[in-house]
Ligand binder design. Structure first.
Ligand SMILES: [Zn+2]
Length: 195
C-alpha cells in the first residue's frame, strides 16, 4: 500500500468520523472507493454503513431539529431539503408528524393511530372544539324545536319572530335556525292560507 500523507490521512479520518461510507468519502476526495476501503482496513476501522441513505451527520442534524418540535416544512427549510424528504426520514425512524395547532399555536405530535395526519388541533383545543360543536348542536336543535312549535301554533307570529330574530342576531343566524325546518314552516303557512 502506498503511504498516505499525514494531511491526507487526517482528511480521510475526519470524513470517516462524520459517519460517511467508503463510497461517500471516495466521492468527496475524488478517489476510488477501493482506495478508501484499503486505507480504512489498514487502520483497523470498521465500515460506516449508510443508515437508510442518511449519513450520520445529516441524521444527527435532522434528529436535533425534530427534537425541537419543528415541522417537516421547517426542517426542510433549515436543511435545504424538500419537505417530502423529511417526511421520508421521519417515516423510516417511525417519528410522528409535528403539527402546529391553528387555535393556540402549540406544537403537537400526530401519533400514528391518526393515519394521514388528519388531526387539526392539539388535544386540548380538539376537546374544546368538540364540546363547542356539541353545545351548538343541542342549542340549535332546541331553538329549532321551539321555533317550529310556534310556527305550528301561530305561523304569522312565527314569521314576525323570524324577522325580529334576524334583526337582532343577523340574517345568517336566522337562516341557520330555519335551515331544516323551513319547509315545515312554509308548509304550515300554506295550510293556514288554504283554511
Ligand atoms: Zn391548541
Amino acid at each position: 500500500m502506498r503511504r498516505v500523507s499525514e494531511e491526507e490521512h487526517r482528511r480521510r479520518l475526519e470524513l470517516y468520523k462524520r459517519g460517511y461510507s467508503d463510497a461517500k468519502i471516495a466521492e468527496i476526495l475524488n478517489l476510488n472507493q477501493s482506495t478508501i476501503t484499503r486505507w480504512r482496513k489498514a487502520n483497523k476501522l470498521p465500515p460506516n454503513h449508510r443508515r437508510n441513505g442518511l449519513d450520520e451527520e445529516t441524521l444527527q442534524k435532522f434528529l436535533k431539529l425534530y427534537k425541537q418540535n419543528l415541522t417537516d416544512e421547517e426542517i426542510a427549510e433549515i436543511m435545504g431539503r424538500r419537505p417530502c424528504t423529511i417526511k421520508l426520514w421521519r417515516a423510516r425512524y417511525k417519528l410522528p408528524k409535528i403539527k402546529i395547532c391553528p387555535i393556540c399555536g402549540s406544537r403537537f405530535k400526530v401519533e400514528y393511530r391518526y393515519k394521514g395526519g388528519k388531526r387539526r388541533y392539539c388535544d386540548r383545543c380538539a376537546r374544546i372544539v368538540y364540546n363547542l360543536h356539541t353545545e351548538i348542536y343541542f342549542l340549535m336543535k332546541s331553538i329549532r324545536r321551539d321555533y317550529a312549535e310556534i310556527a305550528k301554533i301561530n305561523p304569522k307570529k312565527a314569521q314576525l319572530l323570524a324577522y325580529q330574530m334576524a334583526e337582532e342576531e343577523g340574517a345568517n343566524f336566522m337562516r341557520f335556525v330555519l335551515d331544516g325546518i323551513y319547509e315545515k314552516v312554509t308548509e304550515n303557512l300554506q295550510k293556514q292560507k288554504i283554511k
